[in-house]
Design a protein around this ligand. Structure first.
Ligand SMILES: O=P(O)(O)OC[C@H]1O[C@H](OP(=O)(O)OP(=O)(O)O)[C@H](O)[C@@H]1O
Ligand code: HPA
Length: 180
């Protein structure tokens, strides 16, 4: 798996530092509150667990499963809800946690879908933000790294469901795509 990587963009140490910075900011911003932290499956699993352990807060957790990349490197344009949250979010301070914000379609869908339930506040924390990928308007309140317009894998991000378990974020060698 590691042999398929052309270049590491964000190392384990880089990611750890970003989690510490974001966790400290969220701790400050939500002091005295009890936010509901909602992770967007599946890509978020590693970031969610690392970020939460940097947040010195009493928080509730939930997960939502939506999907729009079915196999390849381009968004299908259609976001499907695979699994809803189980918490009532009315009047709650909601923090959506994402691994990456790219075309913006997933976040735009989630914002519409969840804001209809009238949370008190709705904020977004993403490890990676790819502004050049944007197709619909979407923005995050907390960002780990602004990333170049390349397809990334690792630390939760997949290509055809693989490479999620790389401990860093990187770019695949071109021959990996050619061989698929
Ligand atoms: O801004 P967008 O272009 O919508 O891309 C962002 C979304 O794409 C990925 O999820 P994906 O749909 O691949 O599902 P996964 O997390 O299960 O891999 C990622 O985890 C984000 O949720
Ligand atoms: O760059 C990416 N890599 C993996 N999954 C993604 N989903 C949106 N953008 C990406």
């Amino acid at each position: 798996m590691n042999n398929d990587i052309e270049r590491v963009l964000y190392s384990q140490d880089d990611i750890k530092a970003a989690c510490q910075r974001l966790g400290a900011q969220l701790t400050e911003d939500y002091a005295g509150k009890r936010p509901l932290v909602i992770g967007v499956l599946k890509g978020v699993i590693f970031f969610m667990t690392d970020l939460l352990r940097e947040m010195d807060l009493m928080a509730d957790l939930d997960f939502i499963d939506v999907s729009s990349y079915h196999g390849g490197t381009a968004s299908t344009g259609e976001v499907t809800l695979e699994q809803d949250i189980s918490t009532d979010i009315k009047d709650r301070d909601v923090i959506i946690v994402e691994d990456i914000l790219d075309s913006g379609r997933t976040l735009a869908y989630l914002k519409d879908f969840l804001e209809a339930r009238q949370p008190r506040s709705f904020k977004v924390c993403t490890l990676l933000d790819k502004p050049e990928g944007r197709v619909v308007e979407a923005r995050a309140d907390y960002v780990g790294f602004n990333v170049p317009n390349e397809f990334l894998v690792g630390y939760g991000l997949d290509y055809q469901e693989f490479y999620r378990n790389l401990p860093y974020v990187g770019i695949l060698k071109p021959e990996v795509y050619a061989n698929k």
